[in-house]
Design a protein. Structure first.
Length: 405
């Protein structure tokens, strides 16, 4: 009997929550066929079968959180060659007993059907009570997409005929509150937010930025065929400012009574996904050009929205930023991504009437930003100086470009 155990799927995980079993007791599985989905604080991963055989027992129920190394289910190997082989020291050969050849009739086992789909697509199917293997894939590769599942739901629930409306008498009977599961990624987000807020004394500093010149430069480049995400400019300006004020690009090591100033620039991009808040990371951002940053930003955003983030995308960051402007936000007090010492959030850009240096009323594209920092390692004056440096680079993009030479 082969034990399928929870193993480390990346980033040194110590525990995981059983999200969904892809097989049932009695099912035949093949080697490397996914059998269970496990949710960690960063992703939903599939664990494969180590051998071909029959699922004999499922030990851990769905929704339970277990430690790495815990046995989840048992598989009875269908082929002796799939069984682990114990290696023993070589010994002198012993006389072999006479053997009797026994010929068993061949057994044909139909391989289990396995549909290609992301964990998020499978979750949508489960939420609607649909067997994903009955959904027709529109992609030539056979991968079932989110749209395929939703189209299947609409077809299955389409009304056959219009019934006359039934008018019911209005009552005011009290109803019990609806409950939703508090587990998986949402539970891990709550744990990390609580750790940060109860460990770090947060202070939030607010500032406004004149985006007019930068937006004009982006429009000019876009006309010339070079579309650069505004976040790429933000990252480059932040790197310049962080090099001048490294206390915000650091981690507090209380055990050794020191502040560790980070030397590698790994930028975490706080991103809203269907499964909750995720922070995919652009590594060595200081070594990338604006075009390379733009390409990585677009790729990370697409993987996050499709539930296809990789373990490499979720490695620890050294500084985190959040751009909630497209959602319409005008201000917030963001929580620091522990154990970092600061986080900056960018909000909605809107045209406002401003007074210029000649006391003239002009229309400018203004954006608010909020920066939360760890008051144990920095003071307000340093935070103001840091954001002033960032603002000056964004408001004068030609100066920023000179810094990149």
């Amino acid at each position: 009997m082969i034990e399928v155990k929870l193993h480390d799927v990346g980033e040194g995980m110590t525990e995981g929550e059983i999200a969904h079993y892809l097989v049932q007791v009695g099912d035949h599985v093949t080697t490397d066929q996914p059998v269970v989905e496990v949710a960690t604080d960063k992703m939903v991963a599939e664990l494969p079968a180590p051998v071909s055989g029959i699922v004999k027992e499922i030990i851990i129920p769905v929704g339970q959180t277990v430690q790495v190394g815990t046995t989840l289910l048992h598989i009875e190997a269908s082929n002796a060659s799939d069984m682990p082989v114990a290696v023993t020291p070589e010994a002198s050969p012993a006389p072999e007993p006479a053997s009797v050849a026994v010929t068993a009739p061949p057994v044909q086992v139909s391989p289990a059907k396995r549909v290609l789909a992301t964990p998020y697509t499978r979750k949508i199917a489960r939420d609607h009570g649909i067997d994903i293997e009955t959904v027709m894939a529109s992609d030539p590769s056979g991968r079932v997409s989110e749209d395929d599942v939703l189209r299947f739901v609409q077809t299955a629930t389409a009304p056959q005929e219009t019934a006359s409306p039934i008018i019911k008498e209005v009552t005011y009977q009290e109803t019990s509150p609806e409950t939703i599961p508090f587990r998986g990624i949402r539970k891990q987000i709550a744990k990390k937010m609580t750790q940060s807020l109860y460990t770090i004394p947060h202070v939030t500093h607010f500032e406004e930025v004149d985006m007019t010149r930068l937006l004009a430069l982006r429009a000019e480049w876009k006309t010339a065929g070079r579309n650069i995400n505004v976040n790429a400019f933000f990252i480059k300006a932040l790197i310049v400012a962080l090099k001048e004020y490294p206390v915000f690009h650091a981690k507090l090591d209380e055990a050794n009574a020191c502040i560790r100033l980070e030397q590698d620039f790994h930028f975490g991009m706080a991103t809203e996904t269907p499964d909750g808040l995720m922070v995919p990371v652009i590594r060595h951002a200081d070594q990338l050009s604006l075009t390379e940053l733009h390409e990585q930003l677009v790729a990370l955003q697409q993987r996050a929205q499709n539930g296809a983030l990789r373990a490499a995308d979720l490695k620890p960051s050294t500084f985190t930023m959040s751009n909630v402007g497209p959602l319409g936000s005008t201000g917030a007090t963001p929580i620091i991504n522990y154990p970092e010492t600061a986080l900056i959030a960018f909000h909605k850009t809107k045209k406002r009437a401003c007074v210029d240096e000649n006391d003239q009323i002009v229309v400018r594209s203004m954006m608010n930003l909020s920066m939360s920092f760890d008051h144990r390692v920095a003071d307000g004056a340093t935070a103001v100086a840091f954001t002033n440096r960032f603002v000056s680079l964004i408001e004068h993009p030609t100066t920023l470009l000179l810094e990149l030479i």
